[in-house]
Design a protein around this ligand. Structure first.
Ligand code: NI
Length: 169
């Protein structure tokens, strides 16, 4: 089932999410993950956080398709454990359709999280994957990529950001 994606301006995107109690969500998780991946793929996204589908849960799905091949990652209660380097690249967000900006992120990022089965894992990512890890953890903390922009850039984008409200459905 394709879920509705919450847009910038809706409160849940600014609410830091609660940790997932794996045992409590286990029964509903397979369906939720299936729906989240389907929703993400339907709009060609590379990451989707639970608050973007209206759920206050520290949970994201990611698939950056390295070498064009699908690799589904489930991030439950993810934490960034190490990061290094700096790179500025264009970034967007499914909750801010039409808004793109250059954002500085770390080049390499390591995370620890639980997988779909509730098993802890650690993973290092670089390039797009590192960027998506940081973008997703931000979402779970109520933060959006536009928060990283300097004042002038944000000012220039203001009308586009404001127009996002018109895409609410
Ligand atoms: Ni996003």
């Amino acid at each position: 089932m394709i879920l509705r994606i919450v847009k910038h301006g809706e409160k849940i995107l600014r609410t830091p999410c609660d940790p997932v109690d794996y045992a409590a969500v286990r029964k509903d998780l397979p369906r939720l993950l299936r729906d989240m991946f389907q929703t993400m793929y339907s709009v060609r996204g590379v990451g989707l956080a639970a608050p973007q589908v209206g759920l206050n849960l520290r949970l994201s799905v990611v698939d950056v398709k390295p070498e064009g091949l699908s690799r589904r990652l489930v991030l439950i209660n993810p934490e960034i454990t190490a990061k290094s380097g700096k790179i500025v690249q264009e970034e967007g967000c499914l909750s801010l359709p039409g808004v793109y900006a250059q954002v500085e992120r770390c080049t390499v990022v390591a995370i620890k999280a639980l997988d779909a089965r509730g098993k802890p894992y650690e993973m290092a990512g670089e390039g797009t994957l590192a960027r998506v890890f940081q973008h997703e953890v931000d979402h779970l903390n109520g933060k959006l990529f536009i928060d990283h922009l300097d004042f002038i850039t944000k000012l220039k984008l203001m009308s586009v950001i404001r127009d996002v409200r018109k895409t609410w459905t």
